[in-house]
Each structure stands twice: as C-alpha cells, then as structure tokens.
Design a protein around this ligand. Structure first.
Ligand SMILES: Cc1cc2nc3c(=O)[nH]c(=O)nc-3n(C[C@H](O)[C@H](O)[C@H](O)COP(=O)(O)OP(=O)(O)OC[C@H]3O[C@@H](n4cnc5c(N)ncnc54)[C@H](O)[C@@H]3O)c2cc1C
Length: 425
C-alpha cells in the first residue's frame, strides 16, 4: 500500500521518539542517526543509499519541505513541449515504504551544530550523528537592479521548480509574432551551466513551431563565454537563423536596470522596451540552511573535502549538490547524485564499518537544441590538490550527424528515467 501524507507525520513521530530516547550513537550501540535536509538529487540519493546499503543499520531521516519533487532537470523539455508537466513531478513514498526512511515534511530552519540537532519550522528538533545538507540554491534577488522577489511573477526566473517553470511556458505562449524575449543570464557559478542556452533553444523551437518566426530572443550575458557555446551558436544559426541573439558583457555593457511594470530592460548599450517577456535568471548561492549554519562564505557556496564531501568547517556535516563548491564539477543533478553516493559510502564506513573506496565522480549535461537534436558535455573527476578536479572531459562537436544527435537525445531521455528511478524507488 502506498504511504499517504499521514505517513510523513508518522515518520516524524517515530523519529522524534527515537531522537528523544536514543543514546548518542556509537558503533555497536544504538543505531547511528543520519538526518538529510533536502530531497533533491543530492539528498534523496544520499538518504536512499544510506538506508538501502546499510540494510537498516543506520536510522535515516529525510527532511523536505515539499510534498513532491519537481525536477528542474528536463523542465526545459516541458517548456519546449517535449514533456508533460506531470512527467517531471515525483513522489517520495517509496523511500519510506521500500527503504524505511523516516520522511519529515517540514522546513529545517536552523542547524544547532553544538548540540548536533536540526531545528524544524515548528520548533521540533532532530538529533543527528551525521548531517547531510543538500538544500540546493537560493536566488540573489538583489543581483539585477529593479528586479526583486515581488517581480518574479512579472519577470520569472524559472530556476526553481514548480509555478515558476509553468509561468515561463505561459509567458512564452503569450509572445506575439514580432515580440522580443529578453533573457538575463546568470553569472558563474550557478545551477546548470548550459541550462539558459538550452532554454533559449526551446523558446526558439516553440516560436518556430507556432509560426511566430519574426519573434526574437536576446540573451544578455554577464559572462564572456558560456557552456557548449561553440556548439550552441552554430546550431542556433542553422536551426533558428537569426532568432537567437547572444550578447556578452563587452557588447551590452552591463544591465543598468529592469522595470517589471513596463517590461523594460536597460543596458549600458541599449534599452529594450515593451518586451513580450523577460526571463531574469539571477546570481545564486547555497540554500539558506547551509549559509546560516556558517558553512559558506558570505553569499557563496560551501567548501567541502573532495574525498568525502564533508564540510571543511564541520566534519559531522556533508554538503552535496548545488550548495557546495565542487571544483570542476558543474552544479547538476547528475553531479549531486554522484556526490551523494560517495558521501553515503563514506558515512557508512564511519558509522557501521562498511568498506570504502577512493572517491570518483562522473557528470554529463545534455541539452536539447531541437527535436531529436541534443548535445552534451561531461567528464570524470577525482580529488586532487584539495578540490574535485576533472581528469577527463568530452563535448559534442558542431556539425555532428543527425544520427549522433538523435542518439545523444536518446541518452538524455534514458538518463532522466534512470536518475529519477535511482532517487525515488
Ligand atoms: C532549467 C534547468 C535545467 C536543468 N537541467 C539539468 C539537466 O539536464 N541535467 C542535470 O543534471 N541537471 C540539470 N539542472 C540542474 C539540477 O536541477 C540541479 O543541479 C539539482 O537539482 C541540484 O540538486 P540538489 O539536491 O543540490 O538541490 P535541489 O534539487 O534544489 O533540491 C533541494 C531540495 O531541498 C529542499 N530544501 C531546501 N531547503 C530546505 C530546508 N531548509 N528544509 C527542508 N527542505 C529544504 C528543497 O525543497 C528541494 O527539494 C537543471 C536546472 C535548471 C534550473
């Protein structure tokens, strides 16, 4: 039988009872307790592998504020009309029913590092022996002058899942032929380096499919270059002719301001008035729970030990995914999922004496450019000189055959199904 919303609460009670009564976990005594905050590719994967591979020897609690997980990965495929929204929504039920993880649906508001407790929004406290943090990113609403949290409905970011993703598609559908979409791309480091450019491709695909060939997409980038640029740009030219225009900082001379009421974007070089739609993707930083625990420098990401994924500030805390500084690894779901498996192995070694191996990481980021036409970039990574360093990389080439591009998209689709099964079943 599938667990229900009530099981989240039942899980909470069980955990709280255990938390109150259990002695501090020491090998051979009470079950060691690992609390995981954040049910994304980092947190859900870590929770699953800690519970599954320790066969119940570790008490694992997953704290997640949302009832379902809506993936940012493949949200661009939803925007492009290649996936239905329901296909990017996932449930946590099997983590409880199959792996015995205690699910706590709540927001973690504080980490009491002295007492080794996670404080929840209603004041409850969850004690831990080890803590896994994978809260993802927070947006820096001050990074684009004139933009704000209040303006995210008028000028959506779509860089966090849910309503924002759907809003991007709604705004795209409302663009008239001849209208201008302005995308303000984020500065490094940010979630999903090729994501803005895959999204621009999906905008062009939808506009072209619907006969709005006179619409144009202007990307205002604070970066001199971007991920897979040498492949994206010739592909845009070939697929979408002059519809997508990319402007680096030397050309647009910086974003002076945006006005969400009038749809205006002012740069040092030009003013875009009456934009059909402005997609502001702001600067980003580690989720608040990690920053507030003192694990990240101001406004930044958490430094980790590349061999263990442990915070360099607190050895009882692991930081995964977008919230950490993972050296050469990009902020991707693939990376977070890989890092989680290394961390789960390390923690099992410490807590229940399981065998451990040297950390090795992998990543691939696929981007869909057009129907059955995807490109990829990726690599293999190892700890080196105090950071996670690339030891081998690969990237798609411009001018590849249609068959290679079709195969690359087939990999992309298969990867999505595999990672979601890996996280949630
Ligand atoms: C448009 C777009 C396209 C992308 N495409 C790809 C792709 O094709 N491939 C790829 O690999 N990656 C892709 N990504 C990147 C990917 O989505 C992220 O890198 C990944 O989700 C990071 O996982 P995470 O576990 O670090 O954080 P998240 O996925 O953000 O998960 C964090 C979770 O923690 C929860 N949480 C946060 N704070 C708290 C708290 N205090 N208490 C309780 N719960 C909390 C949140 O609700 C959330 O569920 C894309 C991203 C975007 C925006």
């Amino acid at each position: 039988m599938k667990p229900t919303r009530r099981d989240w609460m039942a899980g909470t009670s069980a955990v709280l009872a255990a938390g109150t009564l259990a002695a501090p976990a020491v090998l051979g005594q009470a079950k060691p307790r690992v609390v995981v905050v954040g049910g994304g590719p980092g947190g859900a994967t870590a929770a699953k592998y800690l519970a599954k591979d320790s066969a119940g020897a570790i008490a694992v609690t997953l704290v997640e504020e949302n009832e379902t997980y809506q993936t940012c990965f493949h949200s661009n495929l939803f925007i492009g009309g290649f996936k239905r929204y329901e296909e990017i929504v996932h449930r946590y039920d099997a983590l409880a029913s199959t792996h015995g993880i205690a699910l706590v649906r709540s927001r973690a508001t504080q980490i009491d590092r002295d007492r080794k407790e996670v404080v929840l929004s209603d004041g409850r406290r969850l004690p831990y022996d080890r803590l896994v943090l994978s809260p993802g990113i927070d947006l820096n609403y001050d990074s684009v002058p004139g933009w704000s949290k209040e303006a995210e409905e008028a000028m959506p970011h779509g860089w966090k899942p849910g309503r924002q993703t759907q809003l991007i598609r709604e705004k795209l559908d409302a663009v008239p032929d001849g209208g201008t979409i302005v995308m303000i791309a984020p500065p490094n480091p940010y979630r999903c380096p090729p994501g803005p450019y895959e999204r621009a491709s999906m905008f062009a695909h939808v506009l072209q499919q619907s006969g709005r060939n006179k619409a144009r997409i202007v990307i205002l980038d604070p970066k001199e270059s971007f991920s897979k640029q040498g492949v994206f740009m010739p592909d845009w030219e070939k697929r979408y002719s002059a519809m997508i225009e990319w402007l680096g900082p030397k050309v647009h001379d910086g974003i002076t301001s945006v006005d969400p009421r009038t749809g205006t974007v002012v740069t040092g070089f030009e003013t875009y008035e009456n934009c059909a739609f402005v997609n502001v993707i702001p600067a980003q930083m580690a989720g608040a729970i990690a920053r507030d625990a003192g694990l990240a420098p101001a406004g930044g990401y958490c430094a980790i030990d590349p061999a263990t994924m442990k915070s360099v500030v607190d050895g009882d805390i692991v930081v995964l995914g977008d919230a950490c500084n993972a050296g050469d690894m990009p902020k991707s779901a693939f990376s977070a999922n890989n890092q989680a498996k290394v961390a789960a192995m390390v923690l099992r070694g410490e807590l229940v004496g399981a065998q451990t191996f040297p950390a090795r990481y992998l990543n691939t980021c696929w981007s869909l450019v057009d129907t059955d036409d995807a490109i990829k970039v990726g690599g293999r990574y190892e700890p080196k000189d105090g950071r996670i360093a690339a030891v081998e990389t690969f990237i798609s080439q411009p001018g590849e055959s249609a068959e290679i591009r079709r195969q690359t998209q087939a990999e992309n689709i298969a990867w999505y199904d595999a990672i979601c099964a890996d996280m949630f079943t």
